[in-house]
Each structure stands twice: as C-alpha cells, then as structure tokens.
Write a protein that binds this ligand. Sequence first.
Ligand code: NAD
Length: 353
Amino acid sequence: MYDFVYTPQSSRVIFGAGALARVADEVHALGAKKALILCTPEQEAQAMKVSDLLGPLSAGVFAEAKMHVPIETARRARDHARSVGADCAVAIGGGSTVGLGKAIALESSLPIIAIPTTYAGSEMTPIYGLTEDGLKRTGRDPRVLPKTVIYDPMLSLSLPLGLSFVSGLNAIAHAAEGLYARDGNPIMSLMAEDGIRALAAGLRGIKTDPRNLSARGDCLYGAWMCGSVLGHVGMALHHKLCHTLGGSFNLPHAETHAIVLPHALAYNSDAAPDAMLRIARALGSESAALGVFELGRELEIPSGLREIGMKESDLDRACELALSNPYWNPRPIEREPLRSLLQGAWSGSRPPM
Ligand code: NAD
C-alpha cells in the first residue's frame, strides 16, 4: 500500500538541441541584468559563447571552477560576483561548475541558471559541497537549487566518451539508490526507471557514434530524470561509500561511482527486491547488479578500483571508515560483507548473484 510524502522541488527546464540560444531570454525571465558566467578553465570557449549570446547582459566569465569546490575558489567567485555587480550566475559545465554556482548562491541567494554538459545531475538538487582543509562538507539548502536549467545535447558532443560513460553510470547510481530510498515515492520511482532506461540506450548509442545527437539527447534526458531523483530522496550505501572513497583516497568521482555501483547493488539485492526488479527491467537484464556490471563492461569503463589508483592495502581502512559513520541502508551495513564488497569493487570481479 502507498505511504509516502512528496514535496516537489521545481526548476524551470528548457530542453532541446540548440536550446543554449535561449539563454538571454532566460536571464530576462529571472528579471536579472548582469549574469556572471562560471566554467572550468577547460570550458572557457563554451563560456565565452554564452557571454557573446548574452551581450550586454554578460558580467564576464569566471573560469576557475574546480572539482569538489575548494572554499578558496568559492570565496574568490563570491567576491568577483559582488565586484562586477552580478545579479545572476550562469554555470556552464559539469557538477564542479554547477557546484561553484551553488557555493555563490548559498551565501548570496543569487539565482543560478545551470547549463549542464555532463550527466552528473547536480543541477537538479539542492545539495551543495565545499572542501576546506581537505575535508568535503555537504549540505542541503533550497537556495542553491538552480532556478532554470538549460539542457542542450549539442553541448555534450564534446564530452569525451570515457567521461560520458562514467558520468552516465554516476547518474544511473542516483536513480538506482532512489528506487530503494527510505523516503522514496512513486513519482521518483517512475523517473528513476525511465532515467536508467534512457541512459542505458543513450550510452550504447554514443558508443556506436559519439556524435549521435539523438543518443546524446537520451543521455541528457536520463541525467535530468536521475538528477531529480537525487534531489528528492535520500541515498544509501553506494553514495556514502563513494563519498568515503573519493574523499579519503582521492579517487575520481564519476569513475568511482561507475565501478562500485554493481557491487553495492549486489549487497542490497535481497533487501530491496522491487527496486532491483525495476533496475533490471530498465536495463533489459535479469539482474540489477549484473545488468549494471555488464553495461560497464560493454562501455569499457575501468573495471576495478585498482585501475583508478586505489591500493589493496587501503581496503581495510576504507572498510573501517565506511563503518564508522552509520547511516540508513535497506540492508544493515556489516563488516564482513562490506569488506568483500570492497574487495570485489577493487578487483573488478563479477558481482555475486
Ligand atoms: P566535472 O564537472 O568535474 O567535469 C570533469 C571535466 O570535464 C572538467 O574538466 C570539465 O570542464 C570537463 N567537461 C565537462 N563537460 C564537458 C564537455 N561537454 N566537453 C568537454 N569537457 C567537458 O565532472 P562531473 O562528474 O560532472 O562532476 C563531478 C563533481 O560534481 C563532483 O565534485 C561531485 O561531488 C559533484 N556532484 C554534485 C552533485 C550534487 O547534487 N551536489 C551531484 C553529482 C555530482
């Protein structure tokens, strides 16, 4: 029987090939007059294009976004936004750039227009992260949720295939855990299943042809669905474990998610049979864990944590760290099975059925 609470969090969404051309209209729609454009150094050319499209509405480009939003970068961006009189920020890029926009909004309530170019999904969540003295602090605040999101699949054509694949699997992880969330609801489950289906099809499509715009569109649509799930419901073992691995062993974010997911799903599989059924159905597989594992093999992502810099000798410490901070999960977090999950993720073996 249904029993849930659902509080929609809404952003305005503009979706379509070429939608970037509507960025000036969207700044006007917010009633803003000066938009500071945020990006990483690698995406400065895309940000300059946004600045050209904005013309007199542009307050210039701040091209210093970095992974995990160091507090120093956030402070510099906030000061810069103030000094140029920005009354809105346009973040064009992946989770790192959207994260910088959120760090500005957290302090100033400046409205954010997000233009995502990866599949990480941060643009759909009120979750922010800031790194100070090597420690990443995360929190939720409705002020950081972007007011407007422009999804333009043409912007993701330049996303290298390897990054596209791990980013897409990172998005699938949001939906997969959303399907067994303690505070889940039927709307999020619909979005999660459709998001996984769209991403699996889109990722396979771009493997065949990286410039297939329709497949890029499927991926971005899936990212929207999966990001919304992350924004609405709580995550569990998989996300907590990846946060620990990324933070304490400096592993790359999306790759870590992509590698760990099948093993985390195998861990939870008996405790969340309905969720597993829906994940497997969306992937066209008999099992959720194996479906994700086989998709990863097909996309040729790194197969184990050992391939992305994790030392086997650090697995015991990773296990202790993961146990030291208790959180809800459909199956209790226990030392021995958790240690064997980590071993499997490290070596890249097939997850147990
Ligand atoms: P990213 O934003 O760090 O981008 C990775 C690299 O790819 C960067 O150099 C970027 O400039 C480049 N890039 C992005 N799009 C490109 C494109 N279309 N063409 C060419 N290059 C492109 O990577 P990410 O995986 O999107 O984000 C990871 C970060 O986001 C992590 O810090 C993670 O914690 C955070 N995140 C936050 C949330 C949230 O809800 N707060 C959700 C997911 C991820």
